[in-house]
Design a protein around this ligand. Structure first.
Ligand SMILES: [Zn+2]
Length: 297
């Protein structure tokens, strides 16, 4: 299973051959969204820049062994998140990298360190220590992707939103019900249906369908694989307001209500780029419309 685009693969090939131009292209392509992601969570801008720089260094060091199961973007986000968690641990800061809305600030939210530990990104994914765990995780990832694709294909965004809030943002039924405007029982039913479907689809994998996978594992996979995250082009279309109706609302939910950190980082980066382009065009226009006057003087 490869998540690499042709463009990513080509770039990666050049980088592995030590091509500086290729490297510069990769940095240029991803630095903005990584910075936006880091800045959303770190108070000091210099910290964000340092961590993004270290992320690229770590990427380069590991590029030979990159498994190509994730996109470059997801891989870079994974490295950066781990660095942010390490930094937070070092400072005993209460940083929570999941969507704050549903997770943080409640009586049973638990202590910050524990929250961080349970959110530790997919160390095992890349560690290759436990082949069995790796296979199980892959099977579960595939199944969850299938289910999410099914919701999208059926334009069943209500259920997708509910499942997303439960498993991605670890929301409690009560909060989810309130956010979507349905009753708690309906939320429980949709969650139950989703878990049953997971087990049905896992049936061919021996031993995996015996019990429901723990919520924490589903959440970790959902985050680590960014299962419901939006394509950058979709976020661009959302900015322009050109998406069809149910999609426009769903994307708004994912970005604004759920507040997905990854997609918000892309949105921030795209907005900054648009602002840059606009400024640049304005500068050109001003220059072109004024340069004639300059010569006449
Ligand atoms: Zn997302």
């Amino acid at each position: 299973m490869s998540e690499l685009s042709e463009a990513d693969r080509y770039l990666l090939e050049r980088i592995r051959q030590g091509d500086g131009e290729g490297w510069s292209q990769l940095v240029g392509r991803y630095e903005g969204r990584l910075l936006a992601f880091a800045r959303g969570k770190l108070h000091a801008h210099s910290d964000a820049e340092d961590l993004v720089q270290e992320t690229f260094i770590s990427f380069l060091k590991a590029v030979a062994g990159f498994r190509e199961e994730a996109s470059i973007e997801t891989y870079l986000f994974t490295i950066l998140r781990r660095k942010m968690i390490d930094l937070a641990r070092g400072r005993h800061a209460s940083i929570c990298l999941l969507q704050d809305v549903l997770v943080a600030g409640d009586e049973d939210a638990g202590d910050a360190a524990q929250a961080i530990a349970s959110l530790d990104p997919t160390a095992s994914w890349y560690a290759r220590r436990d082949e069995q765990h790796h296979l199980q995780r892959d099977a579960l990832t595939r199944v969850m992707r299938t289910i999410i694709d099914g919701y999208k294909a059926a334009l069943n965004f209500r259920d997708l939103q509910i499942v997303e809030m439960i498993f991605y943002a670890q929301g409690r039924n009560r909060d989810v019900a309130e956010a979507v405007g349905v009753n708690e029982k309906a939320v429980a039913v949709i969650k139950h249906r989703c878990l049953r479907r997971i087990r049905e689809l896992l049936e061919p994998s021996p031993g995996l369908a015996d019990a429901d996978p723990p919520d924490a594992l589903l959440s970790e996979i959902w985050q680590g694989e960014r299962l419901s995250c939006l394509k950058r082009s979709t976020i661009g279309a959302y900015m322009l307001g050109t998406l069809e109706s149910p999609w426009q609302e769903y994307v708004a939910f994912h970005l604004e209500r759920l507040g997905c950190r990854f997609c918000r980082a892309n949105l921030d980066d795209l907005q900054a780029q648009t602002a840059d382009d606009t400024r640049h065009k304005l500068r050109e226009r001003i220059f072109e419309s004024t340069v004639g006057f300059l010569r006449k003087q």
